[in-house]
Design a protein around this ligand. Structure first.
Ligand code: GLY
Ligand code: MN
Ligand code: MN
Length: 439
C-alpha cells in the first residue's frame, strides 16, 4: 500500500495549473542533528513529499509550466558509492527522471547554474520563506538577479508569493488513497491504545506504557511516532504536552494517553483517559462524563457544510454547563463563554486538521469573520478536555477549587473523516464509554 506515482503526477498537474505563468520552488526538509555528528532519522517536508514522493534531503523541486522543455525539474544529491556506504542509498539524477517522473534532473550542486533558466520568463515566483535561512537566501538572491533583467527586457518575475496558497487547499482535501493511508495510521494507533489500556495497572511506569504503544506502532508497519507520546498519570495529565513519561502510576490515578502512529508519513492522533485501577473516583467520573458528553456532542457537529468553529463552540458549551452543574464555575453560561472564564479548565481548541502533518495545513478561516466550512475529504481531530491543575487559578469572580478536584486531567480525542453524508470516526475501535474505561 502506498501512494502510486500516477497520483503524484496528478497532484503535479494540479499544481502546474495554479502556477500558470509563474515558477514554484519547493525545498526538501533539512537533516536534523541529534547530537554532534549523529542525525535524527530523516523526515521529509510534507509538501515536498506530497508533490514528489521523493524522500531524500538536499533536494529542490521546481515547477515551471511555461518553460518550453521542462516543466518539472528535480535537483537531487548525485549518486556517490563512497558516501552511500556511510549515509545510505541515494536515488541519483537518472532515477529522479525515470522513477520520480522529472522532465529534467540535476545534481544539487548545479542549482545556482541551472535554476535561472526556469525563472527568467516567469511572471512571479512561488516560494515559502521557511526556517532554512540559507536556502531562503539562495532563492532571494536568484530573484534579485532575475529582477535586474526587468529594465532591459521589460519582463521579470516581479512578485514573490507564498506557495502555501497553492498547496494548502490541495492537501486539506484528502484523496481516496490518502484516506486509505489515514485509515491504516489510525488503525495502528487504535490498536496501540487498546493494548496500553490492557497493560496499565497501578505500579507500572509511564514509560513502560509508552513502550507498549510504540512497540505496536513499529510492529504493525508504522514508521514510528506521529509526535512524542504523552503518557500522563495523575496530575501530569494537566500538563498538555507532558512527555517525560517517568512517573510510577498510582492506585487512584487517571492515566491520559495521547499517542499516534505515523504510517508512510500519514498520522493518527488519539487520546484516551482511564482509571489505572479500573474504577473512577466520583470526582474523576464526574469530570470524565462532562468531557465525554462534550466530545460526543461536538462530533455530531462534524457535518459537511458546517462551519469549522461549530464543533468547538459546542464542546465549550457542554463543558461550561457541566462545570456550572458541579459548582466549579458560577454565573451565566453565555457570559462565562463570552468572557472566556472557563479557560483555566479548558485552554486549547477542540481540534485541528490532520494528515501528513499532525497539525495539518489548511486555513481555518476564509477571512476575519468567515470560517472554513467542512467538506468531504477533510480529516480533523475532535479533542475536548478538562484540566484541573494543582496550580489552577480560577478566573476573576469564580470560586476557589477544593483540593478533591485538583490533579484531574481528562482529554478524549478521535480522528474524523468528513463524508458526503456526515462523518466517519476513524478511531472508533478505541472504546471510551465510562463502562469500557472501567473494565
Ligand atoms: N497530540 C497533539 C495534539 O493532540 O494536538
Ligand atoms: Mn493528540
Ligand atoms: Mn490532536
Amino acid at each position: 500500500m502506498g501512494i502510486e506515482h500516477s497520483e503524484y503526477r496528478k497532484r503535479r498537474q494540479q499544481i502546474m495549473e495554479k502556477v500558470g505563468s509563474g515558477t514554484a520552488i519547493f525545498r526538501s526538509a533539512p537533516m536534523a542533528v541529534m547530537h554532534n555528528d549523529v542525525e535524527y532519522a530523516y523526515r521529509q517536508d510534507s509538501s515536498f513529499y506530497y508533490l514528489t514522493g521523493f524522500n531524500e534531503p538536499e533536494a529542490v523541486a521546481v515547477f515551471a509550466p511555461h518553460h518550453e522543455e521542462h516543466q518539472y525539474i528535480l535537483f537531487v544529491q548525485p549518486k556517490d558509492p563512497e558516501k552511500e556506504t556511510w549515509t545510505g542509498y541515494r536515488c541519483g539524477v537518472e532515477a529522479a527522471k525515470e522513477i520520480y517522473g522529472a522532465d529534467e534532473a540535476y545534481p544539487i550542486n548545479e542549482l545556482n547554474e541551472k535554476l535561472p533558466q526556469y525563472l527568467i520568463n516567469a511572471d512571479r515566483i512561488y516560494y515559502h520563506l521557511g526556517s532554512d535561512r540559507h536556502f531562503n537566501d539562495v532563492v532571494l538572491s536568484h530573484w534579485q538577479s532575475t529582477l535586474r533583467r526587468y529594465q532591459k527586457f521589460g519582463k521579470a518575475p516581479l512578485a514573490l508569493e507564498d506557495s502555501r496558497q497553492l498547496i494548502f487547499p490541495m492537501r486539506l482535501v484528502k484523496s481516496p488513497t490518502e484516506i486509505a493511508m489515514m485509515r491504516k495510521a489510525t488503525k495502528i494507533s487504535a490498536m496501540a491504545h487498546n493494548r496500553a489500556r490492557e497493560f496499565t495497572r497501578p505500579g507500572v511506569y509511564e514509560y513502560q506504557i509508552q513502550a507498549e504503544i510504540e512497540h505496536i506502532f513499529r510492529k504493525e508497519g508504522g514508521i514510528g511516532i506521529a509526535y512524542p507520546s504523552i503518557v500522563a498519570s495523575g496530575a501530569n495529565a494537566c500538563v498538555l504536552h507532558y512527555i517525560e513519561n517517568n512517573r510510577q502510576v498510582e492506585e487512584n490515578d487517571l492515566v491520559l494517553i495521547d499517542a499516534g502512529c505515523s504510517y508512510d508519513y500519514y498520522n493518527g492522533d488519539i487520546t484516551r483517559t482511564f482509571p489505572a485501577s479500573g474504577k473512577f473516583t466520583p470526582e474523576q467520573k464526574a469530570i470524565y462524563e462532562i468531557v465525554l458528553e462534550a466530545q460526543l456532542k461536538a462530533i455530531e457537529e462534524v457535518q459537511p457544510g458546517k462551519p469549522y468553529n461549530e464543533f468547538h463552540d459546542m464542546a465549550v458549551c457542554v463543558i461550561v454547563q457541566g462545570l456550572l452543574d458541579l459548582g466549579l464555575l458560577k454565573g451565566d453560561l453565555e457570559e462565562i463563554i463570552k468572557e472566556e472564564k472557563y479557560k483555566p479548565f479548558y485552554m486549547h481548541r477542540t481540534g485541528h486538521w490532520l494528515g501528513l502533518d499532525v497539525h495539518d495545513v489548511g486555513t481555518y478561516k476564509h477571512n476575519e469573520e468567515t470560517w472554513q466550512s467542512l467538506q468531504p475529504g477533510h480529516i480533523l481531530t475532535v479533542e475536548p478536555g478538562i484540566y484541573i491543575s494543582p496550580h489552577i487559578k480560577p478566573a476573576e469572580g469564580q470560586p476557589e477549587i477544593s483540593d478533591r478536584w485538583k490533579g484531574i486531567g481528562v482529554r478524549i480525542e478521535d480522528d474524523l473523516l468528513v463524508t458526503a453524508t456526515g462523518h466517519d470516526i476513524l478511531t472508533a475501535d478505541v472504546p471510551k464509554s465510562v463502562a469500557d474505561m472501567e473494565t
